[in-house]
Ligand binder design. Sequence first.
Ligand code: GDP
Ligand code: MG
Length: 400
Amino acid sequence: MVGIVGKPNTGKSTFFSAATLAPAEIGSYPFTTIKPNRGVGYVRTPCACKEFNIQDNPVNSICLNGIRLIPVELIDCAGLVPGAWQGRGLGNQFLDEIRKADALIHIIDASGGTDSEGRVCKPGEHDPLEDLGFLEHEITMWLASILKKDWPKIARTAEAESKDLLSMLEERLSGLTIKRSHISEAIRRTGINAEKPTDWSDEDFLKFVDTLRQIAKPMLIAANKIDIPTAQENLDKLKKLNYIIAPCCAEAELALRRAAEKKLIDYRPGDCNFKIDKPEQLNESQTRGLETIREKILLKYGSTGVQNAINFAFFKLLNMITVYPVEDVEHLSDHKGKVLPDAYLVPYGTTARQLAYMIHTELGESFIYAVDTREKKRIGEDHVLKDRDVISIISAKKRA
Ligand SMILES: Nc1nc2c(ncn2[C@@H]2O[C@H](COP(=O)(O)OP(=O)(O)O)[C@@H](O)[C@H]2O)c(=O)[nH]1
Ligand SMILES: [Mg+2]
């Protein structure tokens, strides 16, 4: 799950509404809003159907003319103000929400039209670069405050008894979607002695926690409100920093998806342009609005950026790839004859056997070998999958 975070009024809810507005083609698919602030968005990837030149019948995802949209969970987190980790504003609600997040999309108001507390000000008046450090600091301090309480005990126990530090931290942090691998990587990168945690200074401890935050809650910047002229200068400054940045206009994406939903325009999430299907159904101001979006956003930036932000979160921050499990090697279908039915998002490094386990425990247990249908060759259980692989798993038992 990816969390949409930031101070109030930067456009988080607009981004969330746009991202979770299902394309009209989905119709009766069971992809609906889960809770008011939790919903289903999509990552966009070129579908394998084009390459294999076949007509597909997607089941767990959708294919819009060669573009595969795979559902992913998004959460619109409460707006964050400085001091949230101490319970200011909706701090506690916010922190409860990012517990569940694997990665974060930080929406900033690139136009500089909202102050540090999220109050509207004159565009250009606030420096949005200040918002980056503030949010990171809040999350780090929150994590630190959770760990700090038990830290002396954890450090002592880890040294005195058989239980190692890694396992104790893993236990303490398991409810925050922080994995063992995140913790060991943070220890390694911080370069501190995991054998002697009682020797860690306060500074060592904070450095460790901050590194852990970067690993376990990786974040990218969605520089929103690029339609406002003051955003350009801030965008240039942001690009010089070491962040993944997606320039965005959430309002434009929302307008385009709404028009597409009503079948007024032909537009898929993330497209670089749209076609007006029925010009006669649009009034003058609607046409003008859409043409402004085309000219000022799509032609200038290549897209509204909302889809980019989601794709970057899954493909860059979380290193996911897409794989298509099939049963029938010849027809690339499942046992019902559905062609390329499912697209799975899996972390890079996933092996053929791990994929089998993700599909069904029994399939993992009875795995014999798999077939890479593109290369038409057998692959073993340890074979690492590539993006857009179409894989058939051969097992001892027939799939239930
Ligand atoms: N100009 C402009 N305004 C936007 C954009 N996205 C959101 N807004 C406006 O910013 C204000 C705050 O948006 P909202 O989504 O409620 O922000 P949140 O508090 O972060 O959830 C609203 O008036 C939106 O219409 C955008 O891309 N451009
Ligand atoms: Mg909101």
